[in-house]
Design a protein around this ligand. Structure first.
Ligand SMILES: Nc1nc2c(ncn2[C@@H]2O[C@H](COP(=O)(O)OP(=O)(O)OP(=O)(O)O)[C@@H](O)[C@H]2O)c(=O)[nH]1
Ligand SMILES: [Mg+2]
Length: 393
């Protein structure tokens, strides 16, 4: 399989900056009988910040940027001079990116709206210079605060597409054909299973310049939640859709059973998927006449709106759009509200190892947790005395 441009998963090493050390400088100038402490404060270490940017669609740009290091704060110096703050590092990601701790699988944060920023790792605060520590009885403190240490972490960034409607169906159900019929997206379509290997998004225009986003994902098969077929790798992209459109072809042997298989896989993947609104489309209905539709109808699953469609003749497509639009605008289904309700579960680390192997992610990721300078600096974190400055004598 050629290397894909759709990157929805990266593992990167992040490190914030350490705080600069406060200075222990003693002022000693000609004609000034009593100098005194004048050591300035250390600068703040840079943060690692995650920022949502709607101009990115995937995590491709991070694929080869595996180490993200913020700047260290500089040490304070004489004359109460502050050390310079370390530079923050901003990781730009598509809206809908979720961050996990790669070692524990713990959910860290997510960013969903353009411009939203979350501090992933905080830089260390700078230490106070000795000037702060002078008191009536201790006029020449020869110590200052060290800066706070940096933080480091292997982080997994995972993209979960933010579409309004997610298409759910077995391979060959006609998902991509529908997307191409109702939007400008041009996904690959063919008469064999697993034509679609990565998700496609399309904007569906509706009456009066309204529109909504539809996500076509690879087909799901029985056992997908255990890794069969393309597995659960893509299911996360419909985790956040506010509405799921189930698609079963008219020539299926048992429409209700096929629907149950799909439903069951989603349930296995994340029980919260069951809370979403669902609509059922019987695809390829150009193969049916009214008589056959009437025959099929009583056997359809109950409690879910259904519609017979054909992406080729256009049958039922407008009715389908009406139903989707109505469902999307039901107050309880609004995507904004939904995002807040989503509980991100920690990553299941047993799957993770497999996924990483599949991706070949780990091969070129060598992590040097700290460079030698840093280690040294951290070791002499004790308050230390600086020599008197001889320069001004
Ligand atoms: N007759 C008829 N054939 C259709 C219709 N929609 C799709 N097809 C055919 O069904 C086959 C599969 O369509 P796709 O859209 O690729 O199916 P898919 O669900 O995206 O399949 P995967 O990507 O493999 O999961 C293609 O040969 C399409 O031409 C339809 O409305 N009527
Ligand atoms: Mg497809």
């Amino acid at each position: 399989m050629p290397e894909s441009n759709f990157v929805d998963y990266v593992k990167i090493y992040c490190r914030s900056g350490k705080g600069g050390r406060g200075s222990t400088h003693m002022r000693r100038a000609k004609y000034v009988p009593n100098g005194g402490p004048d050591g300035g404060d250390g600068g703040r270490g840079g943060d690692i910040i995650l920022r949502a940017n709607r101009n990115y669609w995937t995590l491709l740009h991070l694929r080869y940027e595996r180490h993200i290091l913020a700047g260290h704060g500089e040490n304070g110096s004489k004359n109460r001079s502050f050390g310079k703050d370390g530079e923050d590092k901003v990781i730009e990601v598509p809206c809908g990116t979720v961050a996990y701790n790669a070692e524990t699988g713990e959910y860290l944060c997510d960013v969903t709206e353009h411009g939203q920023e979350v501090v992933l790792l905080k830089g260390g605060r700078g230490g106070l210079g000795n000037w702060h520590f002078r008191t009536a009885t201790r006029q020449a403190p020869r110590f200052a605060q060290p800066g706070e240490p940096m933080q480091e972490m292997m982080v997994i960034l995972e993209l979960k597409l933010l579409a309004d409607v997610g298409l759910v169906g077995l391979p060959n159900a006609g998902k991509s054909t529908l997307l191409s019929a109702v939007s400008a997206a041009r996904p690959k379509i063919a008469n064999y299973p697993f034509t679609t290997l990565e998700p496609n998004l399309g904007i569906v225009s509706y009456r009066d310049n309204k529109s909504f986003v539809m996500a076509d994902i690879p087909g799901i098969i029985e056992g997908a939640s255990e890794g069969k077929g393309l597995g659960l790798r893509f299911l996360r992209h419909i985790e956040r859709n506010s509405l799921l459109l189930f698609m079963v072809p008219a020539d299926s042997d048992d429409i209700a059973r096929e629907y149950d298989i799909l439903l069951n896989e989603l349930r296995q993947f994340n029980p919260e998927m069951m809370d979403k609104r669902r609509v059922l489309a019987i695809t390829k209905s150009d193969m049916l006449d009214q008589e056959l539709m009437d025959e099929i109808e009583p056997a359809l699953p109950e409690g879910i709106p259904h519609v017979f469609i054909s992406s080729i003749t256009g049958l039922g497509i407008n009715v389908l759009k009406d139903i989707l639009w109505t469902e999307l605008n039901e107050e309880s289904n609004k995507i904004e509200g939904h995002i807040e309700r989503i509980a991100h579960r920690p990553k299941d680390m047993s799957h993770l190892q497999e996924e990483l192997k599949e991706e070949g992610e780990d091969e070129d990721l060598t992590v040097e947790y700290m460079d030698e300078d840093d280690v040294e600096d951290l070791e002499d974190f004790e308050y230390e005395e600086e020599d008197w400055d001889e320069e001004d004598k």
